[in-house]
Design a protein around this ligand. Structure first.
Ligand SMILES: [Zn+2]
Length: 171
């Protein structure tokens, strides 16, 4: 399971509408495995296939364990995902593994329900709030060629962060 290279903002693949997955094959499973490896290596929360240079509608998300509540880490894989329900509004700092070193405040829905498929082609449904809701919306945006900087009030709202003071988890 090799770690793949995460492409950065200037890569054209990040601005393309990713293709629907038609075959739930072993090579798709291998891609998903690599995406998790890559996500872990980058210490990120979420990764979309276009971020590793593959124009397919697949995303992986891993919400870290919460020591305060004792909640273990939660992993999600979604192929051909679609938001079917969203409600509320939440504004928070957001970063992206394809834009290292930058964060900015983005307003998104507070709660979302996403349906899609597992890598085996089985229907899945994920309802998320908080960080999961934000990660789902951020990763699904990647499949349509949208970056979080497109959702800032203005580019002046983009802030530079040092490695040591990283505030928002990248996705
Ligand atoms: Zn991103």
């Amino acid at each position: 399971m090799p770690v793949r290279t995460i492409v950065t903002a200037e890569a054209p693949v990040l601005r393309q509408k990713a293709k629907r997955i038609k075959q739930f094959s072993q090579s798709l499973q291998a891609l998903i495995d690599d995406m998790f490896e890559t996500l872990h290596a980058a210490n990120g929360v979420g990764l979309a296939a276009p971020q590793v240079g593959v124009s397919l509608r697949a995303v992986v998300i891993e919400i870290p364990a919460d020591d305060e509540t004792g909640t273990p880490a939660q992993s999600y894989v979604l192929c051909n995902p679609e938001i079917v329900k969203s409600s509320g509004e939440d504004t928070d700092d957001e970063g992206c593994l394809s834009l290292p070193g930058y964060v900015g405040e983005v307003t998104r829905a507070a709660v979302v329900t996403v349906k899609g498929f597992s890598p085996e082609g089985k229907p899945v449904r994920v309802k998320g709030e908080g960080l999961l809701a934000r990660a789902l919306q951020h990763e699904l945006d990647h499949l349509d060629g949208v970056l979080f900087i497109d959702r800032l009030e203005s580019l002046e709202k983009l802030r530079r962060v040092g490695e040591a003071e990283e505030e928002a988890p990248g996705s």
